[in-house]
Design a protein around this ligand. Structure first.
Ligand code: HEM
Length: 438
């Protein structure tokens, strides 16, 4: 379980609609059929609450923000923040995304010329995951707190890593019903990281308040946002919870989607060529609306997230009894949607392990059950940043792919590892080779 929660799933989650397991007297139902999933996380969403083990892993850092809160406190925050993620807002963030993507491009080229090899002979191998994390972190910082140069990106990123690194222990100990104070590897570093992260974000909010003018970035919008029903603004505590939530929920997931995409493309040169053609068709310096023309690139990202969903598991606890067909699940039990298994389920996908972006062509998508594919979840708690994340992936791919080829260090795909997110085990080592001498 510590190695990877996915390996602890029973094999039946890939073949059956509902699977129940028992662990130390606690029942968990895995819900793997689209109809049951819809019934659970959409129709009976009101009977569900956050799973305690996820709260134990995340609440020390994220408090009671949109990802971790339940009930009216969640609803109010979700209503208040939702307008910030509307398509027109996301579009306004595109220049900031493009700038962060260019910074990565320049960083790599700079490192290459520092090695005296700014041409196709450059053979510097790097782990692409931290590189993409840096890029998506720059994007989230630029969209959230544009121009606040006092927020130090590197120590902040390291603190997030230190925090997330120890979450599997928190999850495992919570499942074993060990008390929250129980020591475990990484606990002290994790606690230190939380103090640092929360105080940095609090200082950022203070700096913005003292500027007197909120600004048009996410923080500015959050500072001004009012609950459309109650007219209330977010408290400072809620602001900190949610800013950290957006960083935590938004940067690693998107970085993983990109990392797996770059690796999969290395094995599928014909697909990569189609993407490059599509990007070339945009011309130089495209307008934000031009991204809509990257339809095939988008299909590729969707298919990569089918095989490698960055959030591979959706978990809930029943607060009241729920019914899935003839099955009754009493209150107080765990109900899990094993997204990774759903996306490779034998009865839902033809040749489930084969990469084929044409599965996401509009006709095929329309003929498939919407609940067979859940990289962003569904129902009232569907990912609030879905549009932002997909747009960001397109902007970053359109900036990096025409400039570089990515050559995997090893022929075989890395194994997957569950760290709340789905990481490549041992990282994603690839050579980054410039396509043209600069
Ligand atoms: C490829 C990138 C992303 C993936 C795969 C992803 C996936 C998900 C999934 C599966 C959920 C639902 C979890 C559940 O039902 O328990 C979720 C929720 C959430 N996501 Fe994302 N996400 C991504 C990017 C982002 C970004 C960029 C942001 C914000 C800037 C974000 C913010 C959130 C928040 C706040 C929630 C909680 C929503 C709620 O409970 O009401 N995510 N995400």
């Amino acid at each position: 379980m510590l190695r990877s929660l996915i390996e602890a799933w029973p094999d039946e989650v890939y073949t059956r609609p509902l699977v129940t397991t028992r662990f130390l007297g606690q029942r968990t139902t895995y819900v793997c059929a689209p109809g049951h999933i819809r019934s659970l996380i959409v129709d009976q969403a009101g009977a569900l609450e956050r799973e305690p083990f996820m709260l134990r892993a995340l609440a020390p850092a994220l408090g009671s923000g949109i990802l971790t809160a339940d009930g009216p406190h969640w609803r109010g925050q979700r209503r208040t923040a939702a307008p910030m993620f509307r398509p027109d807002r996301v579009r306004a963030f595109i220049p900031a995304m493009a700038e962060a993507a260019h910074a990565t491009r320049l960083r790599w080229l700079g490192q290459m010329s520092a090695h005296g090899s700014a041409d196709a002979r450059f053979d510097g191998e790097r782990d692409i995951l931290p590189e993409m994390m840096r890029t998506t972190f720059d994007v989230i910082v630029a969209t959230m707190v544009s121009g606040d140069s006092q927020l130090k990106v590197e120590p902040f990123g390291r603190a997030i890593d230190a925090y997330l690194g120890q979450t599997p222990w928190k999850i495992a100990l919570s499942m074993l019903r060990a008390p929250a104070w129980m020591p475990h590897p990484g606990a002290r570093a994790g606690a230190r990281a939380v103090r640092y992260l929360r105080s940095e974000v609090a200082r950022t909010v203070e700096r913005r308040r003292s500027r007197g003018e909120p600004g048009a970035d996410l923080l500015g919008l959050l500072l001004q946002a009012k609950d459309p029903e109650t007219g209330e603004r977010l408290s400072d505590e809620s602001l900190i919870d949610n800013l950290l939530t957006f960083v935590a929920a938004g940067h690693e997931t998107t970085a993983l989607a990109l990392t797996w995409t770059l690796r999969v493309l290395a094995d599928h040169p014909a697909v990569e060529a189609r993407i490059l053609d599509e990007i070339a068709g945009l011309g130089a310096d495209p307008a934000p609306e031009a991204l809509d023309r990257l339809a095939f690139t988008r299909q590729v990202v969707l298919e990569v997230m089918r095989l490698y969903p960055p959030a591979p598991l959706i978990v809930r606890r029943t607060a009241e009894e729920v019914r899935l067909g003839d099955t009754v699940i009493p209150a107080g039990e765990s109900v899990h949607v094993p997204v990774y298994a759903l996306h490779r389920h034998q009865s839902l996908w033809d040749r489930p392990d084969v990469f084929d972006p044409d599965r996401f062509a509009p006709e095929l998508t329309a003929s498939r059950d919407r609940y067979a594919y859940l990289p962003f979840g569904a129902g009232p708690r569907v990912c609030i940043g879905m549009g932002l994340a997909l747009t960001e992936c397109l902007v970053i791919l359109a900036t990096l792919l025409p400039a570089f080829r990515f050559v995997p260090a090893k022929a075989e795909m890395p194994a997957t590892q569950f760290r709340v997110t789905l990481r490549p085990k041992g990282g994603m080592k690839m050579k980054v080779v410039p396509r043209h001498a600069h």
